[in-house]
Design a protein around this ligand. Sequence first.
Ligand SMILES: [Zn+2]
Length: 224
Amino acid sequence: MHIYIFAPHPDDEVFGAGGSILKWLENGHEIYIIWLTDGRAGYRKARKLGELEDNEETRITEDQLAEKRLAEAAASAKILGVKPENCYYLKIHDRDLMNHKYDVIDQLIRFIKKVDRFVIPSNNNEHPDHQATYEIAVRVAEKLNLKDIEFYVYAIHTPLKAKGERLVKVRFGNLRYKALEALKEHRSQFYLKDLELQSKWVESKRRDYFGLYKLGDKGKHFNF
Ligand SMILES: [Zn+2]
């Protein structure tokens, strides 16, 4: 299978589907990751709230942070075992994806060829970049007329379980330690207060749950 992972920010590939990526690769599937934004706003809110460690590594410009985070995404993909040629960095400014939706859709339509599954964020998101990513992926599928592909929907900022929705479970057991290693490549994020807790969650998780949909389900569900 050809499986595309849509990560609004560097690190969403691990939080959304890290263990599953490892499992799917083990099963011989071809994995692609698309990072839509550059993660430059990663410290913005936390700094204001006092939830960011203040040190030489965090006293950097947003341009520097963006550069760092894209390199971290590449390192994370390497740990996961995703081929460099299957990694796409669209480099839209973090928190600004909504304003670049149409450019991104045009870009994606040009390079997505064979596809069986899109792995995407939920359509019910407080985070504007996650919401935009959902909208972009679904629009790309419509434009390419991908009626039969599967959508695997992950939820990071919202609950996934909604009434009447179909869930699939991907078991990956001890591959979770490898997923944690991939998360740890996102070094810049470990200066944020809640990352320690979130990495414990990645370390303990033996399975991922995804909402499962087809394009024809669009608009009929909380998450899709
Ligand atoms: Zn994100």
